[in-house]
Design a protein around this ligand. Structure first.
Ligand code: ATP
Ligand code: MG
Length: 493
């Protein structure tokens, strides 16, 4: 799509209707004031409140035509000199037969000169009759210099409104803020910058969490993305040595701190595994380890909210995730979002297509972490080599990993390992998932509480013995998954 820089050539090329879908009316009008210094033509602006006014010269005259739409179009049609007409919020009138007829005559140049009509507004939909005569123009997003200036302008404004009080600007925070506001539209970026400056009269590291929150709220008006405030640290995750090592090795490159020729930035992982073995926990810890926000994509909301527009909204949500970058985008239980069925008119196929296209083409550092339990429902295209950087399998923890899981959960609850026979606990928890081990610790604490004594070995052993782990209850599917994973995935531990 051409942008505002191309206006002069579009006008010279004789496009009769230019559509600019935006709320930034002032910016567009300003651009046209520049354009007429290159293409010498009269410039008019119409709005329902002010009627039609000439902009390229000051005329001390009332509006040139009645504000009403058809009268305006008639006036335009009768103009003998070709001109540019900026029509603000005019698209609402396109459904009236009289307006449509006049418009067609102007556009098809029936008994009139070659005018250029520019429709400016939000959500402009063009009737089929004139669609082929139109060209859409996008507004370029502000660049780094423009955003930097905007933040400094806001600091200056604050200072002026507070009797010349100096605004401390931390250089590192400034750079991070500018980087984070890239990808936003100018008025949105300005609103956030103003809030950050005016809340404390400074630009500092303390603004960064607020910035992440504001930006997220701005981008997620439709509720498909969830900002996960709680990430985790790798220290909270027992085992999964290989996965941790993999992430550690790639952190600097992902964050762009290091640029190494021949090393592409990491793009994403698929975590497959037995239920309760820490897939969700690992996704959170990857974000924690990268030190970036974690954003979860909710496929359920995507399908429910937008019947019939699912892929378009997926594309928008993915673009929003890019605007939030650097971040980790987490698709939990991805098989549920992408499983194909015959009954959905191919929606899930198209959603899969949109996701794959984005995975191949994304421009900004968004690290995708997808998790899944059920490989039989995963579309094979997603597993093909090159989609994800790696497919990790998170298996039931072995004895060393179970030992470590007990320790993590003892530490969390300020229990001293030395008071327990760890070997015995590890033995009794054979076949348990991390979630089941945690659950046993919690239940044992309740048992101890009702006995009115501190937690003892016997409470834990009793709980472990009383639990029938999923790996036993669902031995068949768990075995199938492990067999499948053996030859196709890398072990996370
Ligand atoms: N390796 C581990 N280290 C520490 N805690 C763990 C580990 N694995 C699981 N847990 C505990 O179990 C809880 C549940 O794990 P999690 O939700 O990550 O499992 P999951 O694999 O995503 O399960 P599901 O398939 O049901 O979504 C975690 O919040 C954590 O407390
Ligand atoms: Mg999970």
């Amino acid at each position: 799509m051409p942008d505002l820089d191309n206006l002069a050539s579009l006008i010279r090329a004789g496009h009769p209707v230019i559509i600019i879908d935006t709320a930034e009316e002032t910016r567009v009008v300003e651009s046209f004031r520049h354009v007429i210094s290159k293409v010498w033509r009269p410039l008019y602006k119409w709005s329902l409140t002010d009627g039609l006014q000439r902009l390229d010269m000051t005329l001390d005259e009332p509006p040139l035509a009645a504000a009403e739409a058809t009268a305006t179009l008639q006036f335009i049609k009768e103009q003998k000199e070709r001109a540019i007409f900026l029509m603000c919020d005019f698209h609402g009138y396109l459904r009236y037969p009289m307006t449509m007829r006049f418009l067609r005559e102007i556009v098809e140049r029936t008994n009139t000169v070659a005018h250029t009509l520019v429709l400016i507004g939000v959500g402009i939909e063009i009737p089929k009759e004139i669609e082929s005569h139109t060209v859409r123009v996008s507004l370029k997003l502000p660049d780094e210099a423009a955003i930097g200036k905007l933040v400094r302008d806001e600091a200056f404004l604050y200072s002026r409104e507070h009797g010349g009080k100096r605004v401390e600007i931390d250089a590192v925070a400034f750079k991070t803020i500018v980087c984070n506001l890239l990808g936003l539209k100018l008025p949105d970026a300005r609103r956030i910058a103003r809030h950050l400056v005016f809340r404390d009269g400074a630009v500092g590291m303390a603004d960064l969490p607020e910035l992440a929150k504001l930006k997220f709220e701005l981008l997620n008006r439709d509720g498909v993305l969830h900002f996960e405030y709680e990430t985790a640290a790798f220290a909270d995750v027992a085992g999964l040595k290989r996965l941790k090592h993999w992430v550690d090795q790639r952190r600097a490159i992902f964050l762009g701190e290091n640029k190494v020729a021949g090393l592409d930035p990491p793009k994403g992982l698929l975590l497959l595994g037995v239920q309760g073995c820490g897939k969700s926990l690992a996704a959170k810890a990857i974000a924690g380890s990268f030190g970036v926000p974690l954003v979860r994509l909710d496929f359920g909301a995507l399908y429910n909210k937008y019947h019939g527009e699912t892929e378009r909204n997926l594309r928008e949500s993915l673009a929003n995730a890019e605007a939030l970058s650097p971040c980790v985008l987490w698709c939990d239980e991805i098989e549920k979002g992408l499983a194909t069925s015959d009954s959905d008119d191919g929606v899930s196929r198209r959603v899969l297509g949109a996701l794959l296209t984005w995975m191949a083409e994304r421009k900004r550092p968004v690290f995708l972490v997808a998790t899944a339990n059920d490989v039989s429902r995963l579309p094979p295209e997603l597993l093909r080599k090159g989609r994800f950087d790696e497919i990790f399998f998170i298996d039931l923890p072995d004895s060393a990993a179970r030992d470590a899981i007990f320790r993590v959960h003892f530490d969390k609850r300020k229990l001293d390992w030395a008071e327990f026979e760890m070997d015995k606990l590890v033995e009794h928890s054979e076949g348990f998932s991390g979630a089941e081990i945690e659950q046993a610790v919690v239940s044992a604490l309740y048992a101890a509480h009702s006995d009115r004594v501190p937690l003892q070995q016997r409470h834990l052993v009793a709980e472990l013995k009383a639990t029938r782990p999923l790996s036993v209850l669902m031995a068949e599917p768990v075995k199938q998954l492990r067999d499948w994973a053996q030859s196709r995935t890398v072990s996370a531990d």
